[in-house]
Ligand binder design. Structure first.
Ligand SMILES: *Cc1c(COP(=O)(O)O)cnc(C)c1O
Length: 232
């Protein structure tokens, strides 16, 4: 079995190859190591290999890990799960980026609960691209009003969009879903919003996502192996 550092560097290489194949600069694409359900020791081990950005799905787990690992490690914490209203305080306390916001009320709470001594919380709005398996994410029509709300909140910084398309073995179908997210971002930018982030692509579709403009790919099992307990 290969070591954690080897698996991390294999994923980095996949990202590089995909970028070059699509005529993009590899350093435009960032690797988010999805560490949900993994123990803090696994995060510390990935950190020792040079990884700095970690993604978590559960608010309590994010909070416990972020407070267990010291600020001196310079870890960037991403919350990538669905955001429940009763969990926003934990998230606002420790996250740097929240990837999957889909309600105004959540934006308002994250803004109000963001501690003053922290930088504004970076936000991606989740879009429901066609063919998406889950019901999560807003429709294209709901996106602009949600972006307007986010832009008006001083303790939040809107960065871009996120999607979780339904898995497909067909790369053209994968690309179509990611292209919808890219086009939605371009439409918001045409409104004058200074956005630069597309959070899209997981272990099985990162090549298609990168070709369509991904700036964050979210990879879990390809780095850490199977999760220690099941995850919806
Ligand atoms: C778990 C998860 C990932 C990573 O999935 P893997 O299959 O482990 O690579 C990416 N994005 C989101 C939103 C997730 O919940």
């Amino acid at each position: 079995m290969s070591s954690l550092c080897e698996r991390l560097s294999a994923v980095q290489q996949r990202i590089q190859h995909a970028a070059i194949a699509c005529g993009r600069k590899p350093d435009e694409i960032h690797l988010l190591a999805v560490s949900k359900t993994q123990p803090v020791e696994a995060i510390a081990a990935a950190w020792a290999c040079g990884q700095r950005a970690f993604g978590e799905n559960y608010a309590q787990e994010l909070y416990a890990k972020a407070t267990a690992l010291t600020p001196e490690m310079g870890i960037e914490w991403h919350f990538i799960g669905p955001v429940q209203a009763n969990k926003t305080r934990l998230i606002a306390a420790v996250a740097d980026v929240v990837h999957a916001v889909e309600r105004e009320r959540i934006l308002q709470r994250l803004n109000d609960q963001r501690p003053d001594d922290k930088a504004p919380l970076q936000i991606c709005l989740q879009l429901n691209v066609s063919g998406e398996a889950s019901k999560s994410g807003v429709s294209p029509a709901e996106l602009l009003p949600l972006a307007q709300t986010c832009m008006a909140l001083p303790r939040l910084q809107l960065r871009g969009l996120m999607a979780i398309p339904a898995p497909s073995p067909d790369i053209q179908q994968q690309r179509q879903a990611f292209a919808q997210l890219r086009q939605a971002l371009e439409a918001l930018k045409a409104h004058g919003y200074p956005l630069d982030t597309l959070s899209m692509g997981m272990s099985d579709d990162l090549e298609a996502a990168i070709c369509e403009g991904a700036t964050w790919v979210r990879i879990g099992t390809a780095i850490f192996g199977q999760r220690s307990y099941p995850q919806a």
